[in-house]
Design a binder for this molecule. Structure first.
Ligand SMILES: *Cc1c(COP(=O)(O)O)cnc(C)c1O
Length: 369
């Protein structure tokens, strides 16, 4: 028996709530309030509450969220920002775009989130901020990072783009650092019907700066106090995001159900490692990643059997051509580099049927011979 298993299926999550989305879109069309307005305010309030933060400021993309958050935290030219090399490119890109220098610290081999000891070793007099990435939907080791940042007077910005609803020690992603950046790219756990992003923070001052930055630095009409951006979230996106947010816990539970089924099978299978889920937290499985020795052959065998796969990410950020000027060659971050050569992302979405999970597990077993 063969099956076609897609990597994600956005329709499966949207179709059951089609009428709710269309009602929201109709509201926006009828009000003709397309930028800002009540839909944006409603979504921001609900998202802040969901994350356990005082404020949420919506923006156009997750990349904007990181850029504006860094700006609002006062990060700029001359500053160093420590982050993980095994993330989507945008994490480091945002640091560079505000004029600061990304400094990478290697990750833990089991969870693939940033290693606090490596962060500590990378701190210099120029370090201003640390940006842990809640990779694949798992919150990084925030308690030791918070302690380190407090001790060294550093700011802490969570890259929560993959972690809407994830928690650690009972605290949700977005409520732990001085600020957190979220992406609502359609394939993220909380996805818009286009691009979207937000920053959460519990500082009223940071939130006010963010609201100004996203609107050309304006504080009051025609009073531009910062060189800002046009980074406002469209009302129609906010309206659709409110519907998705109301169902986010169900979606995340669906992801965890599939992840638990994968995990139970792979725990018994020789030649496969999974990404360890630290019992201190609850991951939301934006991606389900396994590690195998002969990655390219295994992925080809899975694809042959009808199983779509991905690699997140095949080239660590420090080895990307855009960062050649940092002079960080192969061997700079051995844990992240080894993982990049071993990882395969398997199909993962909230409605992934058990039979499909079982089929993928079977195909992985066959792929490993
Ligand atoms: C998706 C993502 C971003 C960027 O978000 P966009 O909405 O695509 O701009 C940043 N960091 C991480 C870890 C991401 O996964």
């Amino acid at each position: 028996m063969t099956m076609k298993v897609p990597f994600v299926d956005l329709k499966a999550g949207i179709q059951p709530h089609r009428d709710e989305y269309l009602a929201q879109i109709t509201d926006v069309v009828d009000s003709a309030w397309f930028a800002g307005g009540p839909k944006v305010a409603q979504f921001e309030k609900a998202f802040a509450e969901y994350c356990g933060a005082e404020h949420a400021v919506s923006v156009c993309t997750g990349t904007d969220a990181l850029i504006l958050a860094l700006r609002a935290l006062g990060v700029g030219p001359g500053d160093e920002v420590i982050t993980a090399p095994n993330s989507f490119f945008a994490t480091a890109e945002a640091i560079s775009l505000v004029g600061a220098t990304p400094v990478f610290a290697d990750v833990r081999d089991d969870t693939l989130t940033i290693d606090t000891a490596a962060v500590e070793a990378a701190v210099t007099e120029k370090t201003k901020c640390v940006v842990p990435v809640h990779l694949f939907g798992q919150v990084a080791d925030m308690e030791p990072l918070e302690a380190l940042c407090k001790q060294r007077g550093l700011l802490l910005l969570e890259d929560s783009a993959q972690a809407q609803g994830a928690s650690r020690g009972g605290r949700r992603a977005g409520s732990i650092g001085h600020a957190a950046g979220f992406s609502f790219y359609p394939a993220k756990n909380l996805g818009a019907f286009g691009e979207g992003g937000a920053i959460t923070t519990s500082s009223a001052e940071i939130a006010d700066t963010l609201r100004a930055l996203r609107d050309h630095g304006q504080v009051g009409k025609h009073n531009h106090v910062h060189i800002g951006y046009n980074a406002r979230l469209a009302s129609i996106q906010a309206a659709c995001l409110s519907v998705r947010l109301a169902h986010l816990d169900e979606y995340n539970a669906g992801r965890r159900r599939a992840a638990t089924r994968y995990g139970a099978a792979f725990a018994e299978m020789a030649g496969v490692r999974t990404v360890h889920e630290d019992p201190a937290g609850e991951a939301v499985y934006h991606l389900y990643v396994i590690r195998v020795a002969n990655r390219d052959a295994a992925a080809a065998s899975l694809n042959e059997a009808g199983v779509a796969t991905g690699i997140h990410y095949p080239v660590p950020i420090h080895l990307q051509p855009a960062y050649a000027s940092l002079g960080l060659g192969v061997g700079s971050f051995p844990v992240a580099e080894r993982a990049a050569n071993e990882m395969i992302s398997l199909p993962m979405y909230p409605e992934l049927p058990d039979e499909a999970v079982d089929y993928v597990i079977d195909c992985v077993r066959k792929a490993l011979g």
